[in-house]
Design a binder for this molecule. Structure first.
Ligand code: GLA
Length: 678
């Protein structure tokens, strides 16, 4: 069961884009439910997520379940043709649970135990939590598996969100067992963690702790392993609950991911998790004050597609307008929600859902927008919701198709976590920012990018960019080398290929040879010293300038494209190009400004056999993405700018139902979806 099965079920045999929201009827009196469902039909809603935060109402005391209200809602939805993504409700244990099992709550690195009162207060390794979540899941799966409204299962909610890694006694026990399985011997662990440093040698497993608060920087290899363990221990929770559901039901199972928000300190390795999903689903919220937040959306959607192995995926949550949890919760301007929705769709989503159906009356999220605002139907938000529902119907034929991309960005979880460790050459070495900047550069050239891991088969891509691939395994490095030698064009950027999987410098202690140990030969360069820049400082290059980072080094076999022109690294190569086998490997040792990128990218594209899209220079705010399948090709055009844009494209525009006649005008802020003529 996958996304294609779901969209076909929603369309009664032919694909229909999923459209809906989290629905929390328990927050409203029963008389509101009927009204809700009438309005859902008016908007074209076909899927709602139910019961995500309902544990306290479904199980008022341990082992006593009350499904009456949920039965009524399920029946009502089914009678109205609305399918349900049913939660197993394990996300947020009720207050009675925390009171009864106080040590099931997570403990911070400082030793502070959390309590109930917000949500998701549980320690992933608490046996009481796991037992209670399994019992609840069993009860729900037994009760609802055959309900005709049920279309899919929503396990938990945003694992790792508001559920900091636990550093308490359960985690201590779990971490040791995880380390024993990974290393088998203490010698291997001491070697991997470099414990000869600062007198950290371990003589007994019982001496090893989670990386709790210590005097200064805790061993980075230990921090990295703890992040891996924390991700794995939550994944065990998911697997256990999903297995119970799968034993009762053949409907697809998912849990909603959180895009790029999960870093070293909220660690979830989504590449790994995605393998356990029947449908990959993601939640995305704009950072309202980011003026180009649609580019963050594009990147996150591309990354979600990567986790889904380029298959269609589900946007489980986004917002119709403002959220409640940012410092300034700026409402969406007219048309912005429609553009956001179509961006996700263009980039591989086959379902567009929101948090949440109806804006709450009480609680911490009462200022968060919903599909139905407090002000009701005579509103900008409701009109756009209805318009979106109708528009999605018109493009349903594209569901099931795949995004066409000629370039890829490499983004490994371990490399990100490694680069986010402390005690580094500069706090400016931020892998997500680096990724976003390179994604933006390709976006501005109109080039659609997939996101892949360093160990994936990359041979289909004309261009691969690996921004700040700080940590790399031998397999990853060998795979990138193979890609280049087989004829590919690769761009690696600064602070890449520096450490192995244990965060130890890749180096030769006898012969030296400089950074980056993993890619020195491939790049034909040797870096002897990092020269991070001061805040706001720029370094002059032969063409343009660079920010944040510079380096002292030399080329061995590479050709110099650009040098540092001033300062302590003056004369050192900043950007280089090396022929390796049948391909080319570029290196970018700084964060280039637009002028430096403009000088570099045409050459990279020429080597890769790529061209910037024809519309890119004239209409930089026009986002164009193509999806294709055996049934046809669809061009999605989203105009983020405030002037009309034009695109040369021949086919039928599905939202207006008119032929393009070879050229299409997309109004300011507008959207078009064209089925290409065969
Ligand atoms: C997350 C959660 C939702 C809700 C939204 C608010 O995505 O999954 O329950 O809190 O944030 O933006």
């Amino acid at each position: 069961m996958d996304m294609n099965d779901l969209t076909r079920r929603l369309g009664g045999g032919s694909p229909r884009v999923a459209f809906g929201a989290d629905y929390n009827p328990e927050q409203w009196p029963m008389e509101v439910w009927k009204h809700d469902v009438e309005l859902m039909r008016e908007a074209g809603v076909n899927l709602v997520s139910l019961g995500i935060f309902s544990w306290a109402l479904l199980e008022p005391e341990e082992g006593r379940y009350e499904f009456g209200w949920l039965d009524e809602v399920m029946d009502l939805l089914h009678e109205n043709g609305i399918a349900v993504d049913l939660a197993n409700a394990s996300a947020s244990p009720p207050p009675w649970f925390t009171v009864k099992y106080p040590d099931s709550a997570p403990v911070s690195a400082d030793g502070v135990r959390q309590t109930h009162g917000s949500r998701q207060a549980f320690a992933a390794c608490s046996p009481d939590y796991r037992r209670a979540a399994a019992a609840l899941t069993t009860a729900i799966a037994e009760h609802y598996s055959d309900h005709p409204a049920l279309a899919m299962w929503h396990v938990h909610n945003e694992y790792g969100c508001h559920n900091q890694p636990d550093f308490g006694p359960h985690a201590e026990r779990g971490f040791r067992a995880w380390l024993q399985a990974r290393y088998e011997t203490l010698d291997a662990l001491n070697d991997a963690w470099g414990t000869a440093f600062w007198s950290q040698h371990y003589y007994d497993w019982s001496e090893i702790m989670p990386p709790r608060r210590s005097g200064t920087h805790v061993n980075p290899s230990q921090q990295l392993d703890f992040a891996r363990f924390s991700s794995d221990s939550l994944l065990e929770c998911f697997e256990a609950e999903a297995a119970i559901i799968r034993a009762h039901s053949d409907k697809p199972v998912t849990t909603n991911f959180m895009g790029l928000n999960m870093g070293l300190h909220a660690p979830i390795d989504y590449w790994r998790w995605a393998k356990s999903m029947d449908i990959v689903s993601n939640d995305h919220y704009l950072i309202a004050e980011d003026h180009r937040n649609h580019q963050d959306l594009a990147l996150t959607a591309d990354l979600t597609r990567g986790w889904a192995d380029n298959e269609p995926w589900l946007l489980m949550e986004h917002s119709t307008s403002a959220v409640n949890w940012q410092p300034r919760n700026i409402a969406k301007s007219p048309g912005q929600m429609l553009r956001n929705s179509f961006q996700h769709l263009a980039r591989g989503a086959d379902g567009i859902l929101f948090f949440q159906w109806r804006a709450s009356r009480a609680g911490a999220e009462k200022y968060h927008s919903g599909m139905l605002p407090h002000a009701g139907r005579d509103t900008k938000v409701w009109r756009e919701v209805v318009e979106l529902g109708a528009s999605l119907e018109k493009v349903s034929e594209a569901a099931g198709s795949r995004v066409v991309a000629s370039a890829a960005l490499v983004f490994d979880t371990d490399a990100r976590w490694g680069a986010e460790l402390d005690s580094h050459p500069s706090i400016e070495a931020q892998p997500v920012r680096e990724l976003r900047e390179w994604h933006d550069a390709l976006y501005r050239a109109g080039i659609t990018t997939d996101l892949r891991q360093s160990t994936d088969d990359l041979s289909a891509y004309q261009l691969v960019v690996a921004p700040m691939l700080y940590l790399v395994t031998d397999d990853g490095a060998a795979n990138l080398r193979r890609y280049v030698e087989g004829g590919g064009t690769l761009v690696l950027t600064h602070f890449s290929g520096i450490v192995d999987e244990h965060d130890r410098i890749i180096m030769d202690p006898i012969n030296g040879g400089g950074y980056p140990g993993a890619f020195r030969e491939l790049l034909g360069i040797e870096i002897e010293e990092f020269f991070p820049l001061r805040a706001g400082e720029a370094v002059v290059l032969t063409a343009g300038s660079g920010a944040r980072w510079s380096e002292l080094g030399r080329t061995t076999t590479a050709e110099v494209i650009s040098r540092y022109e001033a300062g302590p690294t003056s004369g050192s190569p900043a950007v280089t190009r090396n022929v390796a086998g049948a391909g080319i490997a570029y290196y970018v040792g700084t964060a280039p400004d637009p002028a430096a990128l403009a000088a570099l990218l045409p050459q990279v594209f020429a080597d890769a056999g790529l061209e910037a899209a024809a519309h890119a220079s004239e209409f930089p705010d026009l986002e164009v993405v193509t999806r294709a399948s055996g049934e046809g090709s669809w061009v999605f055009a989203i105009n983020h700018g405030d002037a009309e844009a034009r695109l040369g494209v021949n086919g039928s525009e599905l939202l207006s139902g008119t032929p393009t006649g070879g050229a299409l005008a997309i109004p300011a802020g507008g959207i078009a979806v064209v089925r290409l003529s065969a």
